[in-house]
Design a protein around this ligand. Structure first.
Ligand SMILES: Nc1ncnc2c1ncn2[C@@H]1O[C@H](COP(=O)(O)OP(=O)(O)OP(=O)(O)O)[C@@H](O)[C@H]1O
Ligand SMILES: [Mg+2]
Length: 230
């Protein structure tokens, strides 16, 4: 049996004070390969704290986080970064693209240095942009793309190293409703292809795309079981 993509055992994060902020109370959660999970909750409830932990951008103050069966809590920083590069793609509300680089260059720059020839890396970057529907805009600068287009470039950048997990923090937060709907269609399509997705959102329409919804309230994580999903 293969290990779940994510397994949290009493994972917690308290920011040092004073006064200390218990942003995430000890949480247990299992996310399997191909799952599509929405994380909702009021502002300040701990959603981004959870996402930063899942993305190995931050370390827990208690508990453990197994990624693809590997206990990340015991790894030195260098190994955690390497693991993030290979296994995790992250997309934020603000697209964080380099303004003076083309779509292709933005994606190419995210590729891991693994002695692959440049032509192969270019092909992978172009392929990732093709997969998000931007195969015809490889040379476009972010300023010439819509918000939806920019977020697609950010998704291509997140996926170019073929991670097992895509984490999204309010990916539609800066998009109008038409671009948001189209972006959610893309995420649905990627999930149908087998990609595991965790998406933070305030928007019930966005959360409805996911098969599971996890809610955080004052740092306490709980799962809302929906009819038809168990
Ligand atoms: N680096 C930090 N140091 C101290 N406190 C922090 C830090 N980051 C977040 N917090 C606090 O931790 C709590 C959870 O914050 P978090 O950013 O995870 O919430 P959120 O659910 O993502 O909110 P939003 O919906 O506004 O993005 C809040 O009380 C916040 O003020
Ligand atoms: Mg947040």
């Amino acid at each position: 049996m293969t290990a779940p993509v994510i397994e949290l055992r009493g994972l917690a994060r308290t920011y040092p004070g004073p006064p200390p902020v218990p942003a995430l109370r000890p949480a247990d959660l299992v996310i399997g390969a191909g799952d599509y999970v929405a994380v909702t909750g009021p502002s300040g409830s701990g959603k981004s704290t959870l996402l930063h932990l899942l993305g190995l951008l931050d370390s827990p103050t208690a508990g453990s986080y197994l990624l693809d069966g590997l206990d990340t809590s015991k790894l030195p920083d260098r190994d955690r970064s390497a693991l993030r590069g290979r296994r995790i793609g992250i997309v934020f509300q603000a697209f964080h693209l380099l303004a003076y680089r083309t779509a292709l260059e933005n994606v190419l720059l995210a590729e891991l240095y693994n002695h692959t020839p440049r032509s192969t890396r270019l092909q992978a970057a172009a392929g990732a942009l093709g997969a998000v529907g931007l195969g015809h805009r490889l040379d476009a600068l972010p300023t010439t793309l819509s918000g939806g287009g920019c977020q697609r470039v950010a998704i291509a950048r997140a996926l170019v190293n073929q991670p097992s997990l895509l984490l999204c923090d309010e990916p539609t937060g800066n998009l109008d409703s038409r671009n948001a709907a189209s972006l959610m269609e893309l995420l649905d399509q990627l999930n149908s292809g087998g990609l595991t997705i965790v998406i933070i959102t305030h928007d019930a329409a966005v959360a409805a795309h996911a098969g599971r919804t996890v809610t955080i309230s004052d740092g306490i994580l709980s799962e809302r079981i929906r009819a038809g999903h168990g």
